[in-house]
Design a protein around this ligand. Structure first.
Ligand code: COA
Length: 316
């Protein structure tokens, strides 16, 4: 049994901040941000738009796309590093908001690899026949963790959520490879306000150059490891859906796989880096644009804080 994706959804806040707005806050400019990252704009949550609110919006859209009701979902996993509340977890909040009364709910934190690890977790439950239908969500309000005085990070991040509804079906295939490098965790950090002896600094900090090097070396490596292990040639892959952290990272990975940029969709220009939400938002865009046909082979690849990284291959 394998969890087949029946539907996808996404939800982003209405408020959009273009690069020019950031240029009023820190010493930067639109041209630099576009050239170095590919980002033109990001969505920023306001008012009632908590992480759970965004996640519930994406979940409702995914359920509608799948043609299922919320009460048919037995498992909800929300991947997030920016929950509005630690307790209750965001997944329980989503359950309450969408009325998924039958679901078991928990959150998972693997930073920008979160959606991929949540998908792996759901697949494990579904393939064992423990649950039949799962909702996997990546949702972030990174704007709450962003130091708007730090030009090295504030230009990168945005808010949003993406979701997928899975159903256990016989046949099909799902394969994944995942790794973590805890000893390198210091290059991308965010402290928790209530666990650091009163420290005020709860912002994301990053050694951008080191993270960049990590991504462009490890992402091709893990995709190659996965394809070799599964005996799949890279030419058989129709699309590589990568975590959207920087358009240059996607471009560098594409070069390592023949340079066909059409196989490496990018939507970072409109959203910035939305961490665990970026892969499901991109997947949803592709799905709704009719670019995903049944039988297509997709590689999903994520990387980020932890450090963690991984890749999965799915048949759409
Ligand atoms: N606007 C204008 N100039 C900036 C700037 C900004 N927002 N941020 C840095 N600069 C300057 C630097 O001070 C430096 O100036 P100098 O040469 O006079 O010292 C110059 O631009 C180049 O800085 P550098 O840090 O080498 O830029 P870069 O090309 O590595 O781009 C990142 C910086 C952050 C965009 C890039 O390293 C990156 O995307 N890293 C990965 C981040 C990531 O993916 N994080 C999340 C992982 S999930």
């Amino acid at each position: 049994m394998v969890g087949k994706i029946l539907g996808t959804g996404s939800y982003v806040p209405a408020q959009i901040w273009y690069n020019d707005k950031l240029a009023e806050m820190v010493e930067t400019d639109d041209a630099w941000i576009r050239e170095r990252t590919g980002i033109k704009a990001r969505h920023i949550a306001s008012g009632e738009e908590t992480t759970a609110y965004l996640a519930a919006g994406a979940a409702r859209a995914a359920l509608e796309n799948a043609g299922l009701g919320a009460e048919e979902i037995e498992l909800i996993i929300v991947a997030t590093v920016s929950p509005g509340t630690l307790v209750p977890c965001t997944a329980c909040e989503v359950q309450r908001m969408i009325g998924a009364s039958q679901a078991v709910c928990f959150d998972l934190n693997a930073a920008c690899t979160g959606f991929l690890f949540a998908l792996n977790t759901a697949q494990a439950y579904l393939s064992q026949g423990i649950y039949r239908r799962a909702l996997v969500v990546g949702a972030e309000c990174l704007s709450h963790l962003t130091d708007w005085n730090d030009r090295g990070t504030c230009i990168l991040f945005g808010d949003g959520a993406g979701a997928a509804v899975l159903e256990a079906q016989s046949g099909g295939s799902y394969a994944q490879v995942a790794h973590s490098l805890g000893e390198k965790g210091g290059v991308l950090t965010c402290l928790s306000a209530n666990r650091q002896g009163g420290q005020e600094d709860v912002f994301l900090h990053m050694d951008g150059g080191e993270v960049f090097k990590f991504a462009v070396s490890k992402v091709p490596e893990v995709i190659r490891e996965l394809l070799d292990r599964e005996g799949i040639s890279e030419n058989e892959i129709d699309l590589f859906v990568l975590h959207q952290a920087n358009a240059r990272i996607v471009g560098a990975v594409a070069k390592r796989f023949g340079g066909d940029s059409g196989k490496f969709p990018i939507n970072i220009s409109e959203y910035g880096n939305t961490s665990s939400a970026s892969i499901p938002i991109l997947l949803d865009e592709l799905n709704r644009a009719g670019k995903l046909k049944r039988g297509m082979k997709l590689v999903l690849a994520g990387f980020g804080g932890g450090l963690s990284y991984g890749a999965s291959v799915i048949v759409w």
